[in-house]
Ligand binder design. Structure first.
Ligand SMILES: C[S@@+](CC[C@H](N)C(=O)[O-])C[C@H]1O[C@@H](n2cnc3c(N)ncnc32)[C@H](O)[C@@H]1O
Length: 381
């Protein structure tokens, strides 16, 4: 059984992009699974395949292999091996062990939280392989949980569920990050429990000092906890009261004080501006406003609005730490949006640092969708 693609599909795979959409698939098996991809008689790749999905072919290898399943699982073993140095140095830390396409493991994410693994599979062919995935992870962790409740699974025709794959999964774990510790709700937290991609951007905050800091889209106090080490007053804002309750618990656990505000960020930023409030530092870490290409224009306006309002709240010489995790808002668009916000507010933004994803969220230049996180540290003059 094989998948046959047309010339456009072949061009994508030959350029080492990993995806071929339904319109470029000429024929394929009736059931999902792992299959070789051909253009005429030429073998191009081995791929995860789902005849029900618009994203039909996701390549994981560009060479032949006798046993495709073994070859795919070897990619997982290789991904885990790349993180072993970090795990050895920081066993109580949080790291991504498998970053989907970035590790040639399309549709599979594995996060490590202080000795416990959380797996999320969003491509059909992984479903039958979950016992083998847990088997590979066992030597490195005390438990493996399947957090298969991501909405993206519905588009693949997969059920939503959360269940242990191996070991005893605790209700919560404590993860060490820089000089703070934070709690992770493995079964109920957002995504797989936390946002590990901002780890190094959060610890960067520990080097900053000032009077007042504002952490907008804070979740469980991600940036706020690190900021509370060096700022006299820290306010964390999020629309999720549940996340903010965790933020308060995290602050108490670290002997730190933060204020939490449950609000819509757009409304709250407007209210602060109206009240004439000023800050030395503002963090903006919004959810992906653009979830598809069609949302981009609306999302661009939303990103610009929050950045514009944050800039207005900053004192002369204050710092804006701003992020976007939507790959549709490319790096040039992100910095262009910030430049527009700077012009409109008649303030100068000086770049202190341009940052992105840490090593455990690898980017493939051939597959631009793997580069999604932008993070800028800017001085506002
Ligand atoms: C990318 S996460 C932030 C992660 C966090 N900064 C961290 O480092 O852990 C985005 C957060 O924005 C919150 N959120 C989404 N829409 C919001 C809105 N309109 N106003 C305030 N918070 C919102 C979500 O509840 C979520 O906690």
């Amino acid at each position: 059984m094989r998948i046959l693609v047309n010339e456009r599909g072949a061009e994508r795979l030959l350029s080492r992009h990993l995806w071929v959409f339904a319109r470029d698939v000429v024929s394929g098996p009736e059931a999902p699974g792992l299959f070789p991809v051909y253009w005429g008689r030429r073998l191009l790749a081995l791929a995860l395949y789902n005849p029900q999905s618009a994203l039909r072919v996701r390549a994981f290898r560009f060479r032949p292999a006798e046993d495709p399943e073994k070859a795919l699982l070897e990619n997982l073993q290789r991904a885990v091996s790349r993180r072993l140095g970090a795990l050895g140095r920081e066993p109580e830390g949080g790291f991504r062990l498998a970053h989907a396409e970035g590790d040639f493991l399309p549709g599979l994410v594995v996060d490590y939280y202080a000795g416990h693994a959380v797996v999320q599979a969003t491509a059909y062919a992984w479903e039958a392989l979950l016992p083998q995935v847990a088997e590979i992870l066992k030597p490195y962790v005390k438990s493996v949980l399947a957090r298969n409740d991501a909405k993206a699974r519905e588009m693949e025709g997969l059920p939503l569920y959360v269940r242990p794959l191996w070991g005893e999964v605790p209700e919560r774990v404590t993860v060490k990050e820089g000089r703070v510790r934070y709690l992770v709700d493995l079964k109920g937290g957002q995504k797989t429990g936390a946002f590990l991609d901002q780890r190094e951007n959060r610890t960067l905050m520990e080097s900053l000092r000032g009077e007042r800091a504002l952490d907008v889209f804070s979740y469980a106090g991600g940036f706020a906890l690190h900021l509370a080490l060096g700022f006299k007053e820290v306010v964390a804002v999020d629309s999720s009261g549940e996340a903010l309750a965790w933020a308060q618990e995290n602050a108490r656990m670290n002997g730190l004080a933060i204020q939490t505000v449950e609000a819509n960020a757009f409304d709250y930023l407007r209210a602060l501006e109206k009240a004439g409030e000023r800050f030395d530092l503002v963090v903006l870490d919004p959810p992906a406003f653009a979830k598809g290409k069609k949302d981009l224009e609306r999302a661009y306006r939303a990103y610009k609005e929050v950045n514009l309002r944050a800039i207005r709240l900053l004192k002369e010489g204050g710092v804006l730490a701003t992020a976007s995790c939507s790959h549709y808002l490319t790096e040039p668009l992100f910095y262009g949006m910030l430049a527009e916000a700077a012009k409109d507010t008649h303030r100068v933004l000086r770049v202190l640092e341009r940052r992105g994803q840490p090593f455990d969220h690898p980017v493939l230049l051939n597959h631009p969708e793997t580069h999604y996180l932008k993070f800028a540290l800017l001085e506002v003059l």
